[in-house]
Design a protein around this ligand. Structure first.
Ligand SMILES: [Zn+2]
Length: 190
């Protein structure tokens, strides 16, 4: 495992991007959630943490990885039509549940809804990721959650194309690589 890898944001879905923070097979396995500061950096890059967080909450890496494992299991099980235990996801949803308030907005003279993090605990920081999986599992067509078709790529994405024919994590990497390989194979046999 090496550190300081740029995490891929190719999934068109927050929960899947989070699951994709561990990718590659065998020796090539990469871990983007290396330590507390890389978890915080990921949340900031993903746009779900806008506050500064100079001292990450203790244990956030461990919880983030447990959450990721649980999310991956739930997704695979759901796609196969099987049950699985959502213990970690539910723990994060419950303990990290945001606070909903209303505030008077004087310029428009209306009340506005405001949703705040409960606190700066690990669960509160990871809650948007867990909530994104809930939305995916309960509201989206899981047939459209696909794994990149490259044989050595495990990245997941939500196919939002009109034709539902997206095949690759990225055309620039796996897409071109696999097309070139197919072209070479055709030349050999033809
Ligand atoms: Zn790929």
């Amino acid at each position: 495992m090496s550190s300081n890898i740029a995490p891929p944001f190719i999934a068109s879905n927050l929960a899947l991007d989070f699951i994709n923070t561990q990718f590659g097979v065998g020796e090539e396995r990469q871990e983007c959630l290396d330590d507390d500061s890389s978890v915080i950096a990921w949340l900031q890059q993903a746009g779900v943490l806008t506050d500064l967080c100079e001292t990450p909450p203790a244990g956030i890496t461990k919880l983030a990885r447990e959450l990721r494992d649980n999310m991956r299991d739930l997704l695979i099980s759901a796609q196969q039509g099987c049950a699985a235990d959502p213990a970690v996801v539910n723990h994060v949803l419950e303990k990290g549940c945001p606070v909903e308030k209303i505030e008077w907005e004087p310029t428009e003279a209306v009340f506005q809804k405001k949703i705040d993090k409960r606190n700066m605990d690990s669960e509160s920081l990871l809650q948007p990721v867990a909530a994104s999986l809930v939305q995916l599992l309960t509201e989206e067509d899981l047939q459209l959650v696909k794994q990149c078709e490259a044989s050595d790529c495990v990245l997941l994405f939500h196919d939002q194309t009109k034709s539902h024919r997206r095949r690759w994590c990225s055309m620039a990497t796996c897409g071109n690589r696999m097309k070139a390989a197919a072209h070479r194979a055709r030349k050999k046999t033809g």
